[in-house]
Design a protein around this ligand. Sequence first.
Ligand SMILES: [Zn+2]
Length: 498
Amino acid sequence: MARYDVLIRGATVYDGSGGVPFEADVAIDGERIAAIGSLDGASAALEVDGSSHALAPGFIDVHTHDDFACLQHPDMAFKTRGGVTTCIVGNCGFGAAPHAAALEMIGALAPAAAVPDYAGHAGYLAALEAARPALNVGMLAGHGTLRLAAMGRAARAPEAAELRAMEDALDEALEAGALGLSSGLIYEPGRYAATEELIALARRMRGTGALYASHLRDEAAGLVDAVGEAIAIGEAAGVPVQISHHKAAGRDNWGRVAETLRLIESAQARGLAVHADQYPYTAGSTLLRAVLDNGAFRDDVAPGGIGRVTPDDVVVAAAPGQAGWEGQSIAALAGLLGLAPRAAAEHVVAHAPGATAIIHMMSEDDVQAVLRHPSTMIGSDGIPTLDGRPHPRLYNTFARVLGHYVRDLGVLPLAEAVHRMTGFAAAKFGLVDRGTVRAGAFADLVLFDPATVIDRGTFEAPNRYPAGIVDVFVNGARVVAGGVPTAARPGRVLRRAG
Ligand SMILES: [Zn+2]
């Protein structure tokens, strides 16, 4: 009689393919799924009753900024309690190496208490392995970090030696197992890069399977051209493309996603692997500094890459050392400080340089149009400022898609939503034997209740865990049991295969 390490009995299995769910027992031995089917005669050291629950591959958060959080908070409960078993780090040009530039870039997003010293991307991945996070981590190299290290904040094209330095650092990342290169073209210093610079770098990845992911140069009036630029970079370099947090920002631009979704479809028809990720909210979040850099609250310049925003639309999320400002809109702070809105925002940044903001800037129709589209996978884009008032997407992204958009609004079927969060994401990022419930695959699994799963974090109280996520397994070890984190930290670094 078969005996396993873990046996999950009688769950409705959504296997990550998007196909019809089926009822089965799922057995785990060591790190992998050992058997699926009717396993009545079998026993196990740990038996879990899965009846009336859904069992899916663990969710793959393809868009995170958890590079340092995985070192500082290796339990990663803010992700695992939402069903996430793999994070892709290094997005929007904010990569983890070279070290000094990474401290400046990622440290601005989420102030780094103690980050160990390390050399290069290989050193970062070794530091991750030493920290033993609870979930798996795949890494993108970040163009902004490479550029900052090579040429500081120079607002010009790189000289030959500077481009060479970026290429060498990218080669080192690819050698270490990076899954691709990200860019952040509204941010310092990525926004000074011309298309040619990005093509030159992306070319290093041709034939490796690594992808080019981009926070576009413009998500507002210039959105359509910016999607075109990302596609052109992928086509010229011969690499797959990932459009980060696909959206149309700013009221004047609502509805433009209809056109960008068509652009994606036509590039796919030409054979390019271009897809997107999305977080399920009408508000975004980024550095307040970046909001100002893009011309916010000024009448004398055209709005930049995040579109026209009003002082009521922008709310301080985290302001290290200035907790009293957190949760206040720029309009409210302007009143409080007796300053014009732009001056008030500059005052916040002067006193809390790493301040982040939540920006209410998208339409619900656009969010649903993007979510419904088959090119879209799910990425939280959460900024891990656990002490401030982070955007609720940090904890709640996947539960919100499953509860609010799938069950309550019927925007897409559950099996399809699970596919977008698992098998689809694993295929795009080259994660072998992940994102699937199949004998022989790694046992990254989430058991959830489709009737009750829901996001609970709000903009007022974002640090709340979602409901309905019951058990989570990473590489066969249970990291969440009955909704509560265990002490297990079985995560692996996921390096690019081949
Ligand atoms: Zn971004």
